[in-house]
Design a protein. Structure first.
Length: 302
């Protein structure tokens, strides 16, 4: 059996889950023993695929094939002729599929090795992750999540917040954005839990609500319906969901529409909490209304 090393350059949970499904496809196609160097290495379990943490020392010379999958760059053995599209037009799943030389970008949920905890809920519940790493990733409609949660509470459905922090932000206010964005005040605070516990709450939920985030990808991998609110990314950047919420009548999808050199874009994207590429104060998500999210909720509660 030949050996393959695959290194994930991206550290995010969403990147890791999206790419691991394609690694499983690669392993099944080649029948190689595959070693993956990645974040969250302990949440996966698949025969003939071993996952190691990012600080694991490995040597490319010990492998027959060596790959690097990353958002802005990649590396792969010579002889693979499938082109790798720029991330302005590609999807997370497509990125890994193309780098690995797979014939198409078929969606594949990775095999998770998380042993779920027994969670007891007082009544029906929905899981939520409303915070993220930049203001542009948030739903910037003021009080939006609280309105949505109030609607669910009227239906005797609790909302459980599963973010890493109970509040997160740049540490200073800008325009009408606060220094720290809090979780909705009318949600049940279960922030700061391990991924195992987060996954356990998601598993017990009717569905998941949130942003373009790693927890949304985790919910997808757990086979839960996902309502995703996003303005700065196009819908097909993610996994398929009929519950994607976006207002295409206003500025949106700046990830694909920008004209900056990739290096400059990366620097600004990752270096500025309040950077809005089109300088429209996050119109893409501010114009998404609670009614648009509630419409998707009603589809799920039928």
């Amino acid at each position: 059996m030949k050996r393959t090393r695959i290194v994930f350059g991206g550290k995010g949970l969403g990147d890791t889950i999206a790419w691991m499904g394609q690694v499983e496809r690669y392993q099944e196609l080649t029948n190689n023993q595959v070693d993956v160097i990645c974040s969250f290495s302990d949440i996966f379990k698949k025969q003939n695929i071993k996952t190691y943490p990012r600080n694991q020392k490995t040597d490319a010379s010990d492998y027959d094939y060596d790959f690097l999958i990353n958002t802005y760059d990649y590396k792969r053995p010579s002889g693979i002729d499938i082109p790798v599209q720029n991330m302005k037009v590609n999807s997370l799943i497509g990125r890994a599929s193309q780098v690995l030389g797979l014939p198409d970008a078929e969606e594949r949920k990775p095999t998770l090795g998380l042993k779920l905890k027994k969670i007891k809920l007082k009544r029906r519940a929905v899981s939520l992750a409303s915070l993220s790493t930049f203001q542009k990733k948030l739903w910037n409609y003021k009080g939006g999540w609280n309105e949505v949660n109030s609607y669910l509470k009227k239906k005797n459905i609790d909302v459980i917040s599963l973010d890493k922090h109970s509040q997160f932000g740049a540490g200073y206010a800008y325009r009408d954005s606060p220094a720290y964005n809090p979780i909705p005040s009318n949600s049940i605070d279960k922030t700061g839990q391990s991924l195992r516990v987060v996954a356990s709450y998601i598993d017990k939920s009717l569905f998941f609500m949130g942003l373009s985030s790693g927890i949304a990808w985790l919910a997808w991998a757990l086979n839960k319906p996902v309502i995703m609110v996003a303005g700065f990314l196009r819908e097909n950047y993610h996994f398929s969901t009929p519950y994607y919420v976006q207002d295409t009548s206003v500025c949106h999808n700046c990830w694909s529409h920008h004209n900056l050199p990739i290096g400059e874009f990366k620097e600004k994207w990752e270096g500025g909490w309040y950077w809005c590429p089109e300088n429209k104060n996050f119109e893409c998500s501010r114009k998404i209304t609670p009614e648009m999210v509630i419409e998707k909720i009603d589809e799920l509660l039928v």
